[in-house]
Design a protein around this ligand. Structure first.
Ligand SMILES: [Zn+2]
Length: 316
C-alpha cells in the first residue's frame, strides 16, 4: 500500500519535472519498446470481473499510442532488425505478452498502419486452453470481497512458486475446475487461431515459455524445458523458430540470459521501463515500457520518449 503511494508520488513528480524543465523536448534517438497484455475492444470488458484488468488497454488506446509515436517521428520495427538499427533515428516496437485471444483485435490496426507487432506466446495455454492463474485469483477473490491490494499481495506471493504448485493451490482454494477459461476475454488463442494470426506479414511470434514460468524460481533444467518446449511447439505450429523471448514477469539473471544464448535465442526482453540507446549493448536484457489505460497515453509516451524517470533512477 505504502509502496504504491510512493510510486504514485514519484510518477506525478516525474510528470511535473518533465513539464517544468522542458525535458519533454529532449527525445533522443533510440529504441522504445512498448508492452501490452490483453487488448480489449471496450474498457468495460477489462472490468467485467472475469479477468484481472491489469493495464486495461483498449484498441482505442492502442490506436492513440501508434498515432502518437508516428507523429513523434518514430518508425516501427519487429525483433529481427534490432541489431541493425540506424543509431541516429527514433525506433519503436509494439509487443504483446501471453498470446491472448483478444490480441487478434490488434491485427486490423497493424494492417491499417502497415506496422509489425510482436506477440509473445505461452504455448501451454494455447494448447490446453487453460486460464492464466492471476485471472483465477482475481475473479475468485473479488467475488469473496477481497480488496485489490490484498489480491495484489497474494499474486506477489504466488509468483515465488512453480506453476504446478500455483495451480494446485488454486484448485485447493477454488475447486477442481478453477483453471478453466470462462470466455474470449480470459483465454489464449487456440492453435488454429494462432496459425492464422501468425500467417499475417505484420505478425511476429516470440517465446513466453510454455507455462508463463517465472524463470528465476526454476533450476537450469526446468528453464530449458519451459523454453525449448515453447520453441518446439511454435515451430511446429507456425513453421518458424522464434528468435526472441520475453521473460515472464520480466525476471531474468545473468545466468538465465547466457542460457538463452546457448539455447539458440538471439534476444530477451525484460520489463525495465527504459528506452534503449543505440547500438544496443545487451540484446538479452532489452528494456520495455508498459502502458496503462488508466493514465493518459500521451503523458506516458512523452515520459517514455524523453527517458527521465525518478522511479527508474531509484531502481538502478
Ligand atoms: Zn506474461
Amino acid at each position: 500500500m505504502i509502496k504504491s503511494s510512493i510510486k504514485k508520488i514519484l510518477r506525478a513528480t516525474d510528470s511535473i519535472v518533465q513539464k517544468n524543465t522542458g525535458q519533454h523536448r529532449v527525445d533522443s534517438p533510440g529504441l522504445l519498446i512498448l508492452t501490452f497484455h490483453g487488448t480489449f475492444e471496450r474498457s468495460q470488458d477489462a472490468y467485467c470481473g472475469d479477468v484481472d484488468p491489469q493495464q486495461a488497454i483498449t484498441i482505442a488506446h492502442l490506436r492513440e499510442a501508434i498515432e502518437s509515436m508516428l507523429e513523434a517521428g518514430y518508425s516501427f520495427v519487429g525483433t529481427d532488425s534490432v541489431r541493425y538499427l540506424e543509431p541516429s533515428r527514433h525506433w519503436t516496437m509494439l509487443t504483446f505478452d501471453d498470446g491472448l485471444a483478444t490480441n487478434q483485435l490488434v491485427l486490423p490496426l497493424l494492417e491499417e498502419f502497415q506496422i509489425p507487432g510482436v506477440f509473445f506466446v505461452c504455448t501451454g495455454h494455447v494448447e490446453h486452453q487453460k486460464a492464466f492463474w492471476w485471472d483465477v485469483v482475481y475473479r475468485n477473490r473479488k467475488r469473496q470481497g477481497v480488496s485489490d491490494s490484498a489480491i495484489a499481495e497474494e499474486v506477489k506471493e504466488l509468483k515465488l512458486l512453480r506453476m504446478n504448485e500455483i495451480e494446485q493451490r488454486l484448485r485447493d482454494d477454488f475447486g477442481p475446475r478453477a483453471m478453466r477459461v470462462l470466455g474470449d476475454l480470459d483465454r489464449a488463442m487456440t492453435v488454429t487461431e494462432l496459425k492464422k494470426f501468425a500467417s499475417s506479414p505484420w505478425v511476429r511470434i516470440g517465446n513466453h515459455t510454455r507455462d508463463h514460468a517465472i524463470l528465476t524460481v526454476l533450476s537450469p533444467g526446468e528453464i530449458e524445458e519451459q523454453v525449448v518446449s515453447a520453441q518446439d511447439s511454435l515451430e511446429a505450429w507456425i513453421g518458424l523458430r522464434p528468435t526472441t523471448i520475453a521473460y515472464p514477469n520480466g525476471n531474468s539473471s545473468p545466468e538465465i540470459r547466457s542460457q538463452m544464448r546457448s539455447l539458440g535465442l538471439l534476444q530477451g526482453q525484460t520489463v525495465r521501463a527504459l528506452k534503449s540507446s543505440l547500438p544496443i549493448h545487451d540484446l538479452y536484457a532489452l528494456p520495455r515500457v508498459t502502458l496503462w489505460g488508466q493514465r493518459s497515453i500521451q503523458d506516458q509516451l512523452q515520459e517514455a520518449r524523453c527517458g527521465v524517470s525518478l522511479i527508474e533512477t531509484l531502481r538502478r
